[in-house]
Design a protein around this ligand. Structure first.
Ligand SMILES: Nc1ncnc2c1ncn2[C@@H]1O[C@H](COP(=O)(O)OP(=O)(O)OP(=O)(O)O)[C@@H](O)[C@H]1O
Ligand SMILES: [Mg+2]
Length: 253
């Protein structure tokens, strides 16, 4: 097996005095889709924000290609994060900008191309998520599933090597959610991506996960394949993976 892209070692994370995550140690391997699961509020988004350098840990290290991002100067971190894409939980699209302009934002931020080139690159990425003809519309004119796809297109705009998706299918109709799972698999195939996907939808996990990392009580209680999860002895892991649809922990609202 190739060496990991990302190594997380003894990460402790929180807000002020409150510790949300601790003793977090795991690797992310090139080309894999690692799915992060756990109940609402357990720290999945917090983990993602740390992994992309948006939030500094209380302690521990996060290394990309052997370099610890928690000790980097801002400009070095900025350069490294060009190789990383992030699709936020809420979509985080700017309503005052067109879909195309939203997708072109990372290109602008990284100084890639001129305006016209960025427009074309954004259109190519929109094509990849099945929205090639939607670039001139505004986010509020799109459905929830389409907005998520725009978020995907923006996350991959600058050709990252690693992409993080926070709850791509939350709040969506299962059929639309299943469509997004296919987009995730297709993007990995086309762009040779490594992906970290936060979800608690079992059907998404079954479709996209190479490995699953489960958080509970601020710690990793499981990391491994779906098969291993389903035969785990850990009661919380069993409860999550062998639950009846719509009844177990982790289902919200
Ligand atoms: N900016 C913040 N300041 C203080 N506490 C926060 C902040 N963001 C999150 N938290 C707290 O950290 C904990 C973990 O939140 P986080 O958003 O990481 O959970 P999550 O697993 O992503 O939940 P969900 O499934 O609902 O998205 C929660 O108790 C939350 O209240
Ligand atoms: Mg979250």
């Amino acid at each position: 097996m190739k060496s990991p892209i990302i190594k997380v070692r003894d990460l402790k994370a929180g807000y002020g005095e409150t510790v949300i995550l601790e003793e977090i140690t795991f690797d992310i391997h090139p080309g894999e889709i690692l799915v992060v699961v756990g109940g609402s509020g357990c720290g999945k988004s917090t983990l993602l924000r740390h992994l992309v350098g948006l939030q500094p840990p209380l302690s521990g290290s996060i290394s990309y290609w052997g370099r610890d991002i928690t000790r980097m100067e801002e400009d070095e971190l900025g350069r490294l994060l060009h190789r990383v894409g992030l699709s936020f939980q809420g979509g985080a699209l700017f309503n005052s900008m067109t879909v195309g302009e939203n997708v072109a934002l990372p290109l602008e931020e990284y100084g890639i191309g001129d305006r016209e080139q960025r427009r074309i690159l954004a259109r190519m990425k929109l094509n990849l998520v099945g929205l090639g003809d939607q670039g001139r519309r505004y986010p509020e004119e799109l459905s929830g599933g389409m907005k998520k796809r725009v978020g995907f297109a923006r996350a991959i705009a600058a050709d990252p090597e690693v992409v993080f998706f926070d709850e791509p299918s939350a709040g969506l109709d299962p059929v639309i959610g299943a469509g997004l799972d296919q987009v995730i698999l297709e993007l990995r195939r086309l762009m040779d991506l490594t992906m970290v996907v936060v979800t608690h939808e079992l059907y998404s996990i079954r479709t996209v996960a190479d490995r699953i990392l489960m958080l509970d009580g601020g710690k990793i209680i499981f990391i491994g394949t779906l098969e291993e999860a389903e035969s785990s002895d850990h009661p919380r892991v069993r409860q999550f993976f062998l639950r009846q649809p719509d009844r177990g922990i982790g289902n919200r609202e």
